[in-house]
Design a protein around this ligand. Structure first.
Ligand SMILES: Cc1cc2nc3c(=O)[nH]c(=O)nc-3n(C[C@H](O)[C@H](O)[C@H](O)COP(=O)(O)O)c2cc1C
Length: 324
């Protein structure tokens, strides 16, 4: 089934207040979104039923957990710490593997109307291509290459810093599919010359940012808290970093759509991210504290902001501060 905006007019596509109508729709490459909220990878994206719950909660698009060729059990507990100002996690890319997940994804693509972006990971060219082909067969709407997971050796960051390997993966995927290819990056891949290479290889969009490499210590136990020692820092404390990276990417590559992720906990955070250049905003850690109601809270807040400030469409806000 083709996923056009007509399929899902129910949740906040166009909102009328008296005579005033505001348009919450946005797009990322070929994907049309009913509103700019996107489920970030790794949170509730590992099964059909969880993805469906997030669609029902109002999201504009979904990103799955990062899927690898082989199943991964991930690390032993503790894998998650609430630091008060943010979170540190090292789940270890726990996922059921491409074969098993493709069954969940096939069900999801048949029953879910909003775009589904599948996050894929690997340590080698062949692994990425294998997973991508399985996910494309299962009908995903776009692929997101995980180039930035900070806590699994040989995966994520290690791939994203290898420009030759990343460009070969992008070129190969572009030659076999017309579906959009996005790169999930972090601080470490945000340099202009590296992104330029990915874009020249055919990249259609950028998701920025992933959790940043971090470490938490217990002085009582005289040891690191996470079993893996190193984890990924997310939540409110990374928002200024995410905003700066999205701002710079949008300034350098204004035609490349960006999903801005990192520390978005409120409508105000989402609006800031759109103002610096994001076409859509990823919601991750906020779900831990606020549950799925965070989606409607952000959607309602953006709508209110547009109405209060005389904007007709969310698209008018994208990169607004760069145009001043
Ligand atoms: C528990 C957890 C698991 C995550 N797993 C993934 C993953 O599998 N793939 C990925 O690209 N990002 C993963 N992330 C990173 C998020 O998608 C997001 O980029 C990051 O958490 C920053 O956004 P936030 O501050 O809104 O959480 C994970 C984050 C958390 C907290």
């Amino acid at each position: 089934m083709s996923k056009t905006l007509n399929n899902f007019s129910s949740i906040r596509e166009k909102v009328s207040h008296g005579k005033i109508t505001v348009d919450l729709t946005t797009s990322i490459s070929k994907l049309s979104l009913r509103n700019p909220t996107v489920l970030a990878s790794g949170i509730l994206g590992s099964s059909y039923s969880l993805l469906k719950r997030v669609e029902d909660a109002g999201a504009g698009a979904l990103t799955t957990k990062t899927i690898t060729r082989d199943p991964r059990e991930g690390y032993v507990n503790p894998v998650f710490v609430d630091l008060g100002y943010g979170y540190l996690n090292a789940i270890g890319l726990r996922n059921p593997g491409a074969e098993e997940f493709s069954k969940e994804l096939s069900r999801a693509t048949k029953n879910i109307q909003i775009p589904i972006i599948t996050s894929i990971g690997g340590s080698k060219f062949e692994e990425f291509i294998f997973v991508a082909e399985k996910m494309l067969e299962a009908g995903c709407d776009a692929l997101e290459l995980n180039l930035s997971c900070p806590h699994v050796d040989g995966y994520g960051l290690d791939v994203g810093l290898d420009a030759k390997l990343t460009c070969e993966i992008i070129k190969q995927l572009k030659s076999v599919s017309s579906k959009p290819i996005f790169a999930k990056i972090s601080l470490h891949q945000s340099q202009k010359n590296l992104l330029e290479k990915y874009i020249n290889a055919g990249l259609d969009g950028i998701t920025a940012i992933n959790a940043l490499k971090g470490l938490a210590i217990s002085i009582e136990a005289l040891s690191p808290i996470l079993s893996n020692v190193i984890g990924g820092l997310s939540g409110p404390c990374i928002k200024p970093v995410a905003l700066a990276i999205v701002y710079e990417i949008h300034r350098e590559f204004p035609d490349i759509p960006i999903i801005g992720v990192g520390g978005i906990q409120s409508p105000e955070d989402a609006i800031e991210m759109i103002l610096v250049g994001a076409s859509a905003v990823g919601i991750g850690s906020a779900i831990v504290r606020k549950d799925l109601k965070i989606f409607m809270e952000i959607i309602d807040g953006i709508e209110r902001f547009l109405l209060d400030n005389g904007f007709k469409s969310v698209k008018e806000l994208i990169g607004y501060i760069n145009r001043r």
